[in-house]
Design a protein. Structure first.
Lengths: 830, 301
């Protein structure tokens, strides 16, 4: 999207010519001659299917494209012939063999101008490697699962589906002993199997994983040879030398452990992108973990050997470029759509060590410089871990970077609150041997902000997204939908059926206590509904879609001889993300206020107003919007209910595990963009929202409800997560959501106008660490926001303008003066 | 106490990040006042047109039958006792009560909520109107914060009794002190009072207060002359930690409209950056130290 106010948009920093070229080239998008578009391959059987639609069940917009995508990949797929005995092998072995063939025999080997890293093409969609009977069974299961997944979307429950990525692989072990070490380790495990096991599922899994270990080796041998070919033709002596070094690098890594920083980055990149090839999905939250920690020894060694930090920045600049090329997968679908969405290959920086000490190092700062120079750019996504002992230098750097952009080019992740959540997970899931006080500091985030452990944990962090608000609709309808729903695909209106339990007619719900009980029962029902829906796509993946290469990088899979898709990881969870939280809390507060406390209307009247989408009930709607208490204002009573809502739904989530893969459900609050999409499905809500008006985002208060400003907002979020107390799970902190919760706050530019104000902003960040949530996205107010506030004053009641002695809410001042402030904001001219 | 509002995460009311309590009532009536709703010590009801949906619930419920709505907006009779019935009834918060009664304990519990964010420098600020018009409660509130180990600031016009100052001095870590006009006649003309008490209190405070920041609003045609700044410089000298020249802004026009008042400065233009820098230089040349300027200057495109 082209910014409306160019001069308000941050420009990239000083980049070396090669990195600048690569970055500029990337942003040419569709106009590029080269791209990393999907390559499609098939075994050539007539029944073969390549596109895995189940991985897109959580993307409601995709449902209409599923059949055309399936058909067009089938038409486009190039045949890779397979041996006769291919079909006699297990599915997992077939998958490993075919993936390796596609990657090492077919995928083009290319080097971009000036590039210091090998591995450019990797986005692939290829054969399911199933025989006729298997494919037929899979197709049948997919058809049924798709219908159910679509049903929950169309009825406003949310969405559910077993999707790819969202894991922090054990990259550190590859840097330590290479795939060679991994191969030998798996071979050792295989040799210890009984003969029966060797010939059974376990043996097949380990053999497939050994095949997978050879894939990066064989690919980089090809790259090494190609680098030498290029070097021979190269006339520029400097570039020639680089290509020769790259040939050497690829000959060594990732099969053997890297010997310096350049090799380490090459090893990391190759190991990383092959996961996306293996999963047939571009960049879905496959995250790097604590990169500044495990890369530090290589940094140190290369510094000692005389490599300059500037050259390291060039290597990392190339790495940044490649991470962004994941978006090329569907680059020609919908114009440049490929470069506007977010995939989330996340890097965690800084953070605390085992005894609470800070682990920021020189590489942390080097990487922050790279982020600063490269941004604005989407990938990889950095999260900076902040804790109570974070050094001044780091916070200074963070605030400095924020003040240069309209918003932070990274998310802040807060250690104490996050670690309290992870320890809670250890207790609730019976995983205390895997998550405990001695190792919890080594957690990191995947995707956007979802906290997991590293290298042994797959927690399906975006697989289930539950609209909490749906439970209220079912209360109003006594277990039926409040009103019929329209199905976009079939073009039909739904019939009202008894989907949920009967929890009482409106007349029977004559006290708040009875209403609350009904809400709890319907919440339990909707959680179970998603759990059951998830089992369908999870089972399909369990039976038919192993990822043996990824399995080599997640601890537990080799040891248990079980694929990562079959419950192999040591920590196996699946996350249910609560969506519409604040809208739900505010709606409950509104019901309590309007019906039971102030008796402004009856429950029947309120439900009628909701059925009428508030039309003809404008006064009641205004009271609901303006007079009812709201979450996000640090109001003790409202936040107490918020905490109860949080506890109620999250306790429900912990009750379930997947049946086929033994994965524990755990709660979180990442709303991605569902709060927008679902707002067109879910009916009007008691907080005064009409259907089609946005729902609340993740753990944020409803739009415009945080009238007491950022500190009150932050306090409410901390309280909702559990607050603090002597028995807190970590250092006095509680956190109901191990996954973490997405929180965004928008600040005035004036807050970072000068050095004095930056100090004050630092004070806010330190305060957030004590009282706030797990992760914070900081946005800085810009002229666009102010213009939107002019157009929609009802959504911006909280927007405060403060200029020395004067303060006023932006929307209450006259048009002319608003224009003046906007003009100043777009010129940063206070 | 009779308060106007509480501003959390305030960056403009003393060192660090602070929570500021604004109270109602001021003994001065500066012609340029940026928060005119704070002058009258009595509570009053204000109508904010943009929020009104015209439901007329307020008109129906007013016990004094004192409200009418026409094309110009809402009219509230001058005898309105601010009973708050209409404010409670209004579904859209288009009616706001200016002036709320709160006990010292209530205020303490509300103001302390942001403690985590204050860090080493920040804390609470008691501001106006004029906080020292309610000095007994102010002192009580400050004492509670000092007991809790919180940094405290008092923002005052200095137009108050010595008794009022003495009451708060032991509990105030810093004073934010306004010196507006050096010439006493001019001071009377623009603020309604001469400046003798203010200057005497300033001298007294210099001997008693832990820290002082002086603030001078730079108002076109009133306080922005060379002579005025030289005059104030002769009082301030090098005796305070900071002297801030706050550039005039014109954003409070609507506030005057809501109060049905005419504002003399409606058409005044903003100060230029050059002029503000010049005034700082004049102050320094006249012997003042630690002079800075802040606020909104004229846009230069």
């Amino acid at each position: 999207m082209a910014p409306k106010y160019e001069n308000a948009v941050k420009q990239p920093g000083k980049l070396s010519p090669r990195v600048k070229w690569l970055r500029d080239y990337y942003f040419e998008g569709n106009n590029r001659k080269w791209n990393n578009e999907y390559l499609a391959y098939t075994t050539g059987t007539p029944w073969d299917v390549q596109f895995d639609q189940t991985t897109y069940f959580i993307v409601p917009e995709m449902f209409t494209y599923m059949s055309p995508f399936t058909a067009s990949f089938k038409a486009a797929a190039e045949v890779i012939p397979v041996d006769d005995d291919f079909w006699k092998k297990s599915i997992v072995e077939r998958k490993a063999i075919f993936t390796k063939k596609a990657v090492t025999e077919k995928c083009p080997v290319e080097i971009l101008p000036g590039d210091l890293l090998c591995g450019a093409r990797f986005n692939m969609v290829y054969s399911m490697c199933l025989d006729k009977k298997e494919q037929k069974e899979r197709n049948k299961l997919v058809k049924a699962a798709r219908a159910d997944a679509n049903w929950i979307i169309q009825h406003g429950y949310g969405n559910s589906g077993a999707t790819s990525g969202h894991v922090i692989p054990n990259y550190a072990k590859i840097l330590e002993h290479g795939f060679k070490g991994e191969y030998e380790y798996i071979e050792g495990l295989y040799n210890k199997l009984s003969d029966a096991d060797k010939n059974g599922e376990k043996g097949a899994q380990l053999k497939a994983m050994m095949t997978a270990c050879l894939m990066p080796k064989e690919l980089n041998e090809k790259y090494s040879a190609y680098c030498l070919e290029c070097a021979a033709k190269e006339t520029d002596p400097k570039r020639k030398e680089e290509l020769e070094t790259m040939a050497k690098n690829c000959a060594n890594v990732p099969w053997n452990p890297p010997q310096n920083f350049w090799e380490a980055v090459q090893a990391l990149w190759t190991t990383h992108f092959l996961i996306m090839s293996d999963e047939r999905y571009p960049g879905p939250g496959v995250s790097f973990g604590r990169m500044d920690q495990y890369m530090y020894p290589f940094y140190k060694k290369s510094i000692d050997e005389g490599m300059s930090e500037d050259f390291m920045k060039e290597i990392l600049g190339c790495f940044w470029f490649h991470c962004n090329t994941v978006y090329d997968a569907q680059i020609r679908v919908g114009g440049n759509q490929g470069i506007t969405a977010g995939y989330g290959q996340l890097i965690s920086l800084s953070g605390m060590g085992k005894d609470g000490e800070d682990l920021t190092n020189d590489l942390t700062y080097l990487m922050l410089d790279v982020i600063d120079d490269m941004s604005p750019i989407l990938e990889p996504k950095p999260n900076v871990r902040i804790h109570n002992n974070s050094p001044e230098k780091l916070i200074d750097k963070v605030v400095d970077m924020i003040s240069k952009s309209q918003g932070a080019p990274f998310l802040l992740n807060f250690d104490e609150r996050s670690m309290a959540g992870m320890l809670r997970e250890g207790k609730m899931a019976g995983l205390e041997d895997k998550i405990n006080k001695d190792n919890v500091y080594d957690y990191a985030s995947v995707g956007c902000l979802e906290n997991t452990m590293v290298g042994n944990d797959r927690s399906g962090t975006v697989d289930n997204n539950l609209n909490l608000l749906k439970a209220m609709e079912l209360v109003y309808g006594n277990g039926k939908d409040m009103a019929p729903y329209y199905d976009d695909l079939s073009g039909k209106w739904s019939k009202l059926t008894q989907d949920g339990p009967k929890t009482g007619t409106l007349a029977e719900l004559d006290t708040w206590e009875k209403f609350w009980e009904a809400y709890k029962i319907q919440t339990a029902y909707i959680v179970k509904k998603l759990v059951d829906t998830y089992e369908e796509s999870e089972r399909i993946r369990f039976k038919f879609n192993p990822t043996p290469y990824l399995s080599t990088l997640v601890n537990g899979c080799a040891e248990r001889a079980l694929d990562v898709t079959r419950g192999g990881p040591e920590i196996r969870c699946v996350t249910m993300e609560g969506v519409t939280y604040a809208t739900t809390v505010d709606s409950l507060l509104a019901v309590k206020y309007l019906v039971y406390d102030e008796k402004i209307c009856t429950l029947e009247e309120l439900v009628q107003a909701l059925k009428d989408n508030w039309e003809g009930h404008e006064k009641l709607q205004a009271i609901a919007k303006n007079k009812c208490p709201k979450y996000g204002r640090d109001d003790d009573e409202a936040d107490k209910l918020a905490q109860l809502v949080m506890k109620t739904w999250s306790d429900e989530v912990w009750k379930y595990k997947t049946k086929c893969t033994d994965r524990q459900f755990r709660p979180g609050m990442l709303s991605w963009n569902y709060w927008i999409g679902s707002s067109f499905i879910l009916k009007a809500s008691a907080d005064g929202r009409k259907c089609n008006q946005f729902l609340s985002n993740a753990i944020c208060p409803s739009n415009g409800a945080d009238t007491n400003g950022p500190t009150a907002n932050a306090n409410s979020v901390g309280t909702a997560l559990g607050g603090s107390g002597e028995d807190g799970d970590f250092d006095g902190y509680y956190n109901c959501l191990p996954n973490g919760a997405s929180h965004t706050i928008t600040f005035n530019t004036s807050l970072i106008a000068d050095e004095g104000h930056k100090e004050k902003f630092k004070s806010f960040i330190r305060g957030y660490c004590k009282n706030g949530g797990t992760a914070l996205q900081i946005n800085i107010l810009d002229a666009d926001v102010l213009r939107d506030a002019q157009a929609h004053p009802q959504d911006y009641k909280h927007l405060l303008v403060r200029i020395t002695g004067y303060n006023a809410y932006f929307v209450t001042i006259g048009r002319e003066l608003q224009d003046e402030i906007i003009a100043r904001e777009s010129h940063k001219g206070y | 106490m009779r308060i106007l509002n509480i501003q959390r995460m305030s960056t403009e009311d003393g060192p660090g990040l602070r929570t500021t309590l604004f109270v109602k009532g001021c003994p001065l009536a500066c012609a340029w006042c940026h928060n005119p709703e704070s002058i009258d010590p009595k509570s009053h009801v204000e109508w904010i047109g943009i929020r009104c949906i015209g439901c007329q619930s307020c008109i129906d419920i007013c016990p004094k039958h004192g409200m009418t709505l026409d094309e110009e907006g809402m009219h509230i009779i001058p005898e309105c006792p601010a009973c708050g019935t209409c404010v409670k009834e209004c579904p859209t918060e288009a009616l706001e009560m200016k002036g709320l009664e709160r006990s010292v304990d209530e205020l303490f519990n509300e103001l302390i909520k942001d403690r985590s964010f204050w860090g080493e420098e920040g804390g609470i600020t008691l501001s106006g109107g004029e906080i020292l018009m309610q000095y007994r409660e102010a002192a009580e509130l400050l004492a509670k914060f000092k007991e809790a180990g919180v940094h405290t600031a008092v923002d005052t016009s200095g137009f108050c009794s010595r008794e009022a100052l003495d009451a708060v001095i032991p509990y105030a870590d810093i004073f934010l002190y306004d010196l507006k006009l050096f010439d006493s006649e001019e001071h009377k003309k623009f603020t309604g009072q001469n400046n003798k008490i203010i200057i005497d209190n300033f001298e007294y405070l210099l001997t008693k207060a832990k820290r002082i920041w002086v603030r001078t609003p730079i108002i076109p045609g009133a306080t922005d002359t060379d002579e005025n700044i030289r005059g104030i410089a002769s009082i301030v000298r090098d005796r305070v930690e900071k002297w801030e020249l706050c550039a005039f802004n014109n954003l409070c026009k609507d506030k005057y409209e809501r109060l049905h008042l005419v504002w003399d400065y409606e058409k005044s233009s903003l100060m230029t950056k050059d002029r503000m820098n010049e005034l700082v230089d004049i102050a320094k040349a006249a012997g003042a130290e630690n002079v800075v300027w802040s606020g909104m200057s004229k846009r230069e495109e």
